[in-house]
Design a protein around this ligand. Sequence first.
Ligand SMILES: *Cc1c(COP(=O)(O)O)cnc(C)c1O
Length: 239
Amino acid sequence: MTDRKAQLAGNLAKVEERIAAACVAAGRKREEVTLIVVTKTYPADDVRILSELGVRHVAENRDQDAAPKAEACSDLPLSWHFVGQLQTNKVRSVVGYADVVQSVDRARLVAALSKEAVRQERELGCLIQVALDAEETGRGERGGVGTGGIEELAGLVAGAPGLRLDGLMTVAPLTGPYAGREPAAFERLMDLSTDLRSAHPAANMVSAGMSADLEQAVAAGATHVRVGTAVLGVRPRLG
Ligand SMILES: *Cc1c(COP(=O)(O)O)cnc(C)c1O
């Protein structure tokens, strides 16, 4: 095993232990939680190693980095999640490799994703990104729609050709009433998911929790955790 492979294997094992322990603590089955490894800023070689180590879901937040990486890894059995703020001029590229876009947060983006998914004959999973740092009708600092905008956006996705409404995503907010209150933020997301599922029963994905707060997310009921640093190491630059 290369040094890097041994290092990633060790980190993955630790994260796996944390998820398993959080599931036990919450009385949940381990299979209820899917690990998505956030590979942003790290090279395609790392993605390849992760795939060899059994990782099946990876996430990226910038198309410029993600597109060549996904291309270099197109032979691997991976699902690609896009989790960053998405400009409509990047939609064509992102739809070319993403299986799920977790950061759907405005009507214009839904229209662009739908048009492109149809053009490329792909079915694209979509999560509505919820901004818990925004006013109900506002938008988040780091993307996302205020809670008052979820229902309308969900309806648009559900009715859009080429798109599949999969659920909700959030990032624990750094500002606003939920700042520093991850458990409360994730509980709120779960309540919003319950509301969403009453209209869209299949939209049962709840993507929450990162390296620092995955336990709280699993405790609240998250179905997907997005872990970067704890697997790959501290990123050399903000990303
Ligand atoms: C970078 C990122 C993560 C992973 O964060 P870590 O703290 O490195 O685990 C999760 N979700 C999103 C949206 C991200 O941009």
